[in-house]
Design a protein around this ligand. Structure first.
Ligand SMILES: Cc1cc2nc3c(=O)[nH]c(=O)nc-3n(C[C@H](O)[C@H](O)[C@H](O)COP(=O)(O)OP(=O)(O)OC[C@H]3O[C@@H](n4cnc5c(N)ncnc54)[C@H](O)[C@@H]3O)c2cc1C
Length: 431
C-alpha cells in the first residue's frame, strides 16, 4: 500500500510542499484548520531563490505579476532623508530570476488553486488540525487530527511534515522543552494603502533608525488610470520588553490612532508617512517574534518545515522564500531516498544548521543591521554616509547577508536545479 505524506498546515510552506510532492509523484494530504481558504495577510517578498523554485513548480512570472510585481530596488534611508544604502534587485542586479513583492494572501490563493487543479480538492482537508503524532513500529506515522466540530481521528502516512507555522503543534511535541516564543521588543503595525510608488516605482524602502522605522514597498503594478499602487507598509517601534508581551494574542486589528503618533513628524517632500498610514483600510499589530532554533527538525518519519522549523524576524524578507526552498530541498531528498526517514535526515542535515544561523542573524536586524551601525556611529543623522560607513563596508555587510540567506547572485545563478526536470520519487517510497 502506498501511504501518503501528511502535511500539517496549508500555508505557503505546506502548499509548496504539496505541489512539490505532486510533481515528483508522491501522494499527499494537507490538513489545514481554516474552514475556508481566504486571502489573508499583506506584503511579502519572494527572493530570486524562491522565484526560481516557483518557476520549476510551474508558477509563471505572468501569474506572479497578477499577485505582485518584480522588485527593482532595496534602499535604506536615514531620518533626514539621505540615502544610507541602495542596490538593484532581481534581474536588474544580475540574478537569472526576479525578486517579487507580492500580496501574501493572493499569492497563497494562487498556490492553493494550483494544488486543487493538479491534485484535486480532496488533497486539502479544511477545518482539520493536527494536534500531535505517533510513530509506528513499521516506520510510518499517525497524525492525530482534530476537526472543527471537536471530533478526532488519525491519519496514517509514510511521513508527517509539520508546516503548521510559528505555533506549531508538531514542533511542540518534537521539542517539548522548547522555550516560549521570543519577543525582542519590536512592535510592527502592518497595513496597505493606495499611493503613488516612489523612487524606481518598485522600491523596498527602510526608513529611520533601528529603534523606529518605516518599511514600505508596492505590491501591485500601478493602476493604469490612477497611477496608484497598493503600497505595503510596516511601521515599527522598539520598546521595553522586560515585562513581556502584555496583550493576549500575537495578531490583532488596531485603529491607526494607537500608533500613528510615533510617526507624526515623518513628512518630507518625497514622502508623507502620516498620510500613508491614514489611507489604510485595516491595520494589524504584530509583535516581532521568532523562536529559538532547535538542534534538529527531524524525529524519525516527522520533519518540520517553514515557520514551524525556523520562524524568523521578517527583517531579511525571507521567511516565505525559505519555506519554499525548504519544500524543494525536501522534495530533492525524497527523489533521492524515497519518502523515508532517510530523506528527512538528508533534508535536516542540509538546512537545519544554516537556516538556524539565519534566524539568529535576522534577530540581530538582518540587512537592517546597517541602520544599527549608523545609529551607533552618528546617532542616525548624517550628511554624507561615506563619512559614517565607507562604501566598501556597506557592500560587504550586504554581501555577507545574501551569502547567509542563500541568495548570493553568482552561486545561485550557477547552482543546478534543486529538483531535476521530470524527476520522480525514489523507489523506497512505497511501503
Ligand atoms: C494568516 C497569516 C497572515 C500572514 N501575513 C503575513 C504578512 O502580511 N506578511 C508576512 O511577511 N508574513 C505573513 N505571514 C507569515 C508568512 O506567510 C510565513 O512566515 C511564511 O510564508 C512561511 O509560511 P509557513 O507556511 O511556514 O507558515 P504560515 O504561513 O504561518 O502557515 C502555517 C499554516 O498552518 C496552519 N496551522 C496552524 N496550526 C496548525 C495545526 N495544528 N495543524 C495543521 N495546520 C495548522 C495555519 O492555519 C496556517 O495556514 C502570515 C501568516 C499567516 C498564517
Amino acid at each position: 500500500m502506498q501511504r501518503p505524506v501528511i502535511i500539517a498546515g496549508g500555508g505557503i510552506g505546506g502548499l509548496a510542499t504539496a505541489l512539490t510532492l505532486h510533481q515528483i509523484g508522491v501522494p499527499c494530504i494537507v490538513f489545514e484548520p481554516a474552514r475556508e481558504m481566504r486571502p489573508l495577510g499583506v506584503g511579502i517578498n519572494m527572493q530570486p531563490n524562491a522565484v526560481r523554485e516557483l518557476g520549476d513548480l510551474g508558477v509563471t512570472e505572468e501569474e506572479l505579476d497578477r499577485v505582485g510585481l518584480p522588485a527593482k530596488e532595496w534602499a535604506l534611508v536615514g531620518l533626514n532623508g539621505n540615502d544610507i544604502y541602495s542596490e538593484t534587485r532581481g534581474r536588474l542586479a544580475g540574478y537569472k530570476w526576479p525578486q517579487y513583492a507580492v500580496h501574501r494572501g493572493e499569492f497563497h490563493m494562487l498556490l492553493y488553486r494550483k494544488l486543487v487543479e493538479r491534485a484535486g480538492a480532496e488533497s486539502v482537508r479544511l477545518g482539520e488540525r493536527v494536534s500531535g503524532y505517533r510513530k509506528n513500529r513499521d516506520g510510518s506515522v499517525s497524525a492525530l487530527v482534530e476537526r472543527a466540530d471537536g471530533s478526532t481521528s488519525e491519519a496514517n502516512g509514510a511521513l508527517l511534515i509539520g508546516a503548521d507555522g510559528i505555533h506549531s503543534a508538531v514542533r511542540a511535541q518534537m521539542h517539548p522543552a522548547q522555550p516560549p516564543i521570543h519577543w525582542g521588543g519590536a512592535v510592527m503595525w502592518r497595513g496597505t494603502s493606495w499611493a503613488k510608488p516612489i523612487r524606481s516605482g518598485s522600491s523596498f524602502v527602510g526608513l529611520g533608525t533601528h529603534r523606529q522605522r518605516m518599511v514600505f514597498y508596492p505590491i501591485s503594478h500601478p493602476d493604469p488610470k490612477t497611477g496608484l499602487s497598493m503600497i505595503n507598509w510596516i511601521a515599527e517601534v522598539t520598546m521595553d520588553n522586560q515585562q513581556g508581551w502584555k496583550h493576549s494574542g500575537w495578531f490583532r486589528e488596531v485603529p491607526t490612532r494607537e500608533f500613528a503618533h510615533h510617526f507624526r513628524d515623518w513628512i518630507w517632500d518625497w514622502l508623507d508617512v502620516p498620510a500613508l498610514i491614514g489611507k489604510a483600510d485595516t491595520v494589524f499589530e504584530n509583535p516581532m517574534i521568532d523562536r529559538d532554533p532547535v538542534p534538529t527538525w527531524q524525529d524519525g518519519p516527522v520533519a518540520l518545515l517553514g515557520d514551524a522549523a525556523h520562524a524568523m524576524y521578517p527583517t531579511g524578507s525571507n521567511g516565505g522564500s525559505q519555506a519554499i526552498v525548504d519544500a524543494r530541498v525536501l522534495g530533492a531528498a525524497i527523489v533521492e531516498h524515497g519518502a523515508s526517514a532517510r530523506a528527512l535526515a538528508d533534508y535536516d542535515a542540509k538546512l537545519c544548521g544554516p537556516v538556524s544561523q539565519l534566524v539568529l542573524r535576522n534577530r540581530g536586524a538582518g540587512p537592517f543591521g546597517l541602520l544599527n551601525l549608523v545609529d551607533q556611529r552618528c546617532g542616525g543623522t548624517f550628511e554624507n554616509i561615506d563619512d559614517v560607513i565607507p562604501a566598501a563596508e556597506r557592500a560587504e555587510f550586504m554581501a555577507a547577508y545574501k551569502r547567509a540567506a542563500g541568495f548570493a547572485i553568482e552561486s545561485l545563478n550557477k547552482a543546478p536545479r534543486t529538483i531535476a526536470e521530470g524527476a520522480r520519487a525514489g523507489k523506497s517510497y512505497a511501503f
